[in-house]
Design a protein around this ligand. Structure first.
Ligand SMILES: *Cc1c(COP(=O)(O)O)cnc(C)c1O
Length: 391
């Protein structure tokens, strides 16, 4: 039988064909009226996609570049900051804070869990300059409650900036960026916007712009003030990733097109799509006898699933690839071998979910030796889908 390669990984995610065509056709120079019009269009679309009136900037880097830009631009050496971490991406904030000689106070939740809000309240201090957090911790597939954290900030440390790694949160979670006072939220091209890696984007509040003026960190490539000045003219400070910008415009057009051309409604539809596919996947895999790694606060970006005691999640990853050319993700770091992760963010639809669950039935039976009745996982997903249609 032939096999079609399918990515079910939480970044890179499957590519949108219309975006691939737009990238292939983008042979323009970046200091031209043609590119300026494209760049301005995409920046305006990104504001709607993020759901903010704040400035949105686009950088030629992976997501971590924008995380570093946030740290470099908003802080000074010695600053006390609070890092809320519950996985590998949270730990990246700690690493960045240390690299820039900040004094990070690290509040951790165990892998697979989100934060206890009473404990966050106790950890937060008025002298914290910045709070760093993920919206969704992709390594454990946990969603954090950004609205609640923003509320605690307002009560206890109103001057603290809230910086959210929304790299897998955007497009999978509803945010009120301006209403909650999220000062910076970061996204990446290889996640919900259906693009290859290479672009990061971030929104920046007025408070965050003000903080940049007093920061004592050195900045050059990631000087966001320089990017903002250029963005006003429809340009970027250095050579932009022209083809990726064209592709991103096409992807955002597609997302708008899913809701009659209204990008805000398209964003909501994309988020709801991820949430329903995540719920269907959870139901299907539980029906097969698996346990969720993050049962209390599961993300819609991805689902993390434990394998039964004594089994290796790598065997599931390998078997899916060998038998069906379907690529899922293993656990990261210490979680490798213990869990596997299936993505729902971006260009995934319900049929992808049904197909993966059907394949998982084969793997559960043949690779893991679980007792499987054909259709067991698929039926549970269909139940979720049918209920969702009635809502
Ligand atoms: C993918 C991802 C990143 C960014 O990683 P890059 O490899 O730098 O693009 C950061 N945070 C989260 C939560 C992610 O899922």
């Amino acid at each position: 039988m032939i096999r079609k390669t399918r990515l079910f990984t939480p970044g890179p995610t499957p590519l949108l064909p219309a975006a691939q065509f737009a990238m292939a056709a983008a042979d323009m120079h970046h200091r031209t009226a043609e590119f300026r019009a494209l760049f301005q269009k995409v920046l305006a679309q990104l504001k709607v996609f993020v759901g903010t009136r704040n400035d949105v900037l686009l950088l030629a880097s992976s997501g971590t570049g924008a995380m570093e830009a946030a740290v470099a631009n908003l802080t000074s050496p010695g600053d006390k900051v609070l890092v809320l971490t519950a996985g590998k991406f949270g730990e990246r904030w700690t690493g960045l804070a240390k690299a820039f000689n900040l004094q990070p106070e690290v509040f951790s939740a165990p892998y697979g869990e989100t934060f206890d809000l009473a404990q966050v309240r106790a950890a937060l201090k008025p002298e914290h300059k910045v709070i760093f957090i993920q919206a969704t911790e992709t390594s454990t597939a946990v969603r954090h409650d950004i609205q609640a954290i923003a509320g605690l900030r307002d009560q206890i440390a109103p001057d603290a900036l809230l910086v959210v790694d929304g790299i897998t949160g955007l497009g999978t979670t509803h945010f009120d960026v301006d209403g909650w006072g999220i000062d910076v939220i970061i996204g990446g091209s290889q996640k919900a916007v259906m693009m290859p890696p290479g672009l990061a984007y971030l929104s920046v509040s007025d408070r965050a712009w003000a903080a940049m003026e007093t920061s004592k960190n050195p900045r050059y490539y990631f000087d966001l003030r320089k990017e903002r000045k250029n963005a006003v003219k429809g340009e970027s400070a250095y050579t932009p990733a022209v083809a990726l910008v064209a592709g991103l415009g096409a992807a955002l057009d597609y997302i708008a097109g899913q809701a009659g051309g209204d990008l805000e409604k398209g964003r909501i539809a994309l988020i709801d799509n991820a949430q329903v596919n995540a719920e269907a996947t959870r139901a299907g895999l539980i029906a097969l006898g698996f346990a969720l790694f993050a049962p209390t606060a599961p993300a819609a970006a991805a689902t993390a699933v434990k394998v039964p005691e004594g089994m290796d999640s790598g065997a599931v990853v390998k078997a899916l690839k060998a038998k069906f050319a379907a690529v899922i993700a293993n656990g990261q770091g210490e979680m490798q071998g213990k869990l596997f992760r299936v993505a729902h963010l971006g260009f995934f639809d319900y049929l992808d979910t049904v197909a993966l669950l059907g394949a998982m039935e084969h793997i559960a039976k043949d690779t893991l030796g679980l007792p499987v009745k054909w259709g067991q996982a698929v039926a549970a997903a269909q139940e979720v889908y049918a209920n969702q249609q009635r809502r």
